[in-house]
Design a protein around this ligand. Structure first.
Ligand code: GLN
Length: 549
């Protein structure tokens, strides 16, 4: 039997609902259960693929090529379970499905309404996961009380009612603020948000109370009484130094017990948390510290490069060091000497990105790393910029560039020699995929997991310890393989290729301590307890570099 846990949020957004769901998933796994995590987002975008990283944080790509919310990334990092395309949905997706059915005449002339048509569509989404795991955890985006979320809450109410008793539970994540003026933790916002839940027919089984401080017994009692929740189910969730402390911290405060008890599970299993305890120990006792410069476009917003930041942390855990990231806007390098900004940094990473802004700065950062022998990791756009730099400065093609940066309608001007070009046909799982240049934005990219073949004896083959890998992609443009032989003469080698030997997937510089570019996004597959080999090795190279001084 599949049990469903719904995770909602109250009072304010950004409380860490997604992290709570992810940590709970990890705890249930540690208790021996299989889990699946899913997300229902109230926004009207059909998927987050076209949403600005400034507003929404990074787009996380699943194995099967779906562009999803960054919370899905947390789910994967905590549970190691690969999310699937249909593990997330949004109001936009639900409404389009309903409208499509209406156009097809599938409702036989009925008046289409939020209840039952939209709620039925949501319930179908929920039911689809039935049987796929012991526990399915569904996070509802947004905050209780938002207009957009109502159909989701209503669908959960109906779904819970229609299932046999004891198959669904509701975990509500809420805020207990500390008021400096009276030096007190305030429970009223939590009471109000539970009242809000009740007014739409939902009652929480477990309350996760986020706060700056540990919640004392008295406050937990009060919340239990006023919110009609058992005191053991009022979980104190104070801020933590690292998100990876959450599974152990929430276990100590009784989250897994409370959830399992709400399902009437008896006897309660004891979670096997050794891998998480190792993570906790390494976070608490780093043996050193390195600093990595991330040269990108959206450096003003932490969430824009969430998976990169996390993968660097994991790389640090693998080497028992803490990794500090210095976010540097790439444009800085267009007018200023990279040296000024890179002082005290032990490695340079250029992450993925879109658009021309800052691209010349990225090319300069790659040049600096190559010539100064600073460890360099170029990811997706970062690899493309490194190739452009090498073609310009080693092969002397001064106007080498990317087709991405040629303004529409100016293709005929021939000002740029496109080393990075728009790919119109490629092979996915044995069949040809085709798209055209003026296709609509969204869903026009090479997305999801693709295999690559690594050159025997290359650095990357020794890092991965194999010669066939699979990594996730998200890009429109590709590096032109025509430059392969000429670049190789300068020690710049495409050491990873698509299996048909057409698309360069990895670049490495032979005569450099660590200069690797990858066309894919390895950060998406890194886990705190199982760091991605490229990130682990990159951090190792940064440690070595730091010892030179
Ligand atoms: N903008 C580049 C492309 O579409 C790189 C994309 C990325 O870095 N994810 O190919």
């Amino acid at each position: 039997m599949t049990r469903f846990v719904f995770v909602t949020g109250g009072v304010v957004s950004s409380l860490g609902k997604g992290l709570t769901a992810a940590a709970l998933g990890a705890l249930l796994q540690a208790c021996g259960y299989s889990v699946r995590l899913r997300k229902l987002d109230p926004y009207l975008n059909v998927d987050p693929g076209t949403m600005s990283p400034y507003e929404h944080g990074e787009v996380f790509v699943t194995e099967d090529g779906a562009e999803t919310d960054l919370d899905i990334g947390h789910y994967e990092r905590f549970t190691g379970v690969s999310a699937r395309r249909n593990d997330s949905t949004s109001s936009g997706r639900i409404y389009s499905a309903v409208l499509e059915k209406e156009r097809e005449g599938r409702y036989l002339g009925q008046t289409i309404q939020v209840i039952p048509h939209v709620t039925n569509e949501i319930k179908d989404f929920l039911a689809e996961a039935d049987g796929s795991a012991d526990f399915v955890l569904c996070e509802i985006g947004g905050t209780i009380g938002d207009i957009e979320g109502l159909p989701f809450y209503e669908a959960i109410r109906q779904f819970t009612l229609e299932r046999p008793q004891g198959q669904c539970a509701l975990v509500h994540v809420t805020l207990v603020p500390y008021l400096e003026s009276c030096r007190e933790l305030k429970t009223k916002p939590t009471q109000h948000s539970v009242k809000e839940l009740r007014s739409i027919g939902l009652a929480p089984d477990v309350l996760v109370c986020r706060s700056n401080l540990e919640l004392p017994e008295r406050e937990r009692q009060k919340i239990a009484l006023f919110c009609n929740v058992h005191q053991d189910s009022v979980i104190s969730a104070p801020n933590l130094e690292s998100i990876y402390l959450a599974p152990v911290a929430l276990h100590r405060r009784g989250l897994d017990r409370a959830v399992l008890q709400s399902f009437g599970i008896d006897p309660l299993p004891l979670p096997e948390l050794s891998k998480w305890r190792t993570v906790v120990k390494r976070i608490a006792n780093p043996e050193g510290r390195i600093r990595v410069a991330v040269v990108g476009k959206y450096t003003g917003l932490d969430d824009a490069y969430k998976s990169i930041a996390e993968a660097l942390t994991h790389g640090g855990l693998a080497n028992r060091v803490s990794v500090e990231v210095r976010w540097i806007p790439a444009e800085n390098f267009e007018s200023e000497d990279p040296r000024i900004h890179l002082e005290g940094c032990h490695a340079i990473l250029i992450p993925g990105g879109f658009g021309e802004r800052g691209s010349e700065g990225k090319v300069r950062a790659a040049e600096f790393a190559r010539t100064e022998k600073v460890p360099f990791f170029g990811i997706c756009l970062g690899m493309q910029m490194a190739v452009i730099e090498a073609v310009r400065n080693l092969l002397g093609v001064a106007n080498a560039g990317s087709e991405e940066f040629i303004p529409k309608g100016e293709e005929h001007l021939d000002q740029i020699e496109p080393v990075v070009f728009y790919l119109e046909e490629w092979i996915r799982k044995g069949s040809l995929e085709v798209r055209c240049k003026d296709g609509a934005k969204g869903a026009t990219m090479r997305l999801g997991a693709y295999p690559a073949t690594l050159q025997e004896g290359s650095k990357v083959a020794s890092i991965y310890c194999c010669t066939t890998i699979s990594e996730r992609h998200r890009h429109r443009y590709e590096i032109d393989v025509r430059y392969r032989d000429r670049l190789a003469q300068h020690g710049v080698v495409f050491s990873g290729m698509s299996p048909d030997d057409v698309l360069p997937e990895i670049l490495e510089i032979v005569d450099h301590p660590w200069f690797i570019g990858v066309q894919f996004h390895p950060e998406l597959k890194s886990r705190p307890y199982d760091p991605h080999p490229l990130f682990a090795d990159f951090v190792r190279a940064a440690i070595n570099y730091s010892r030179l001084f």
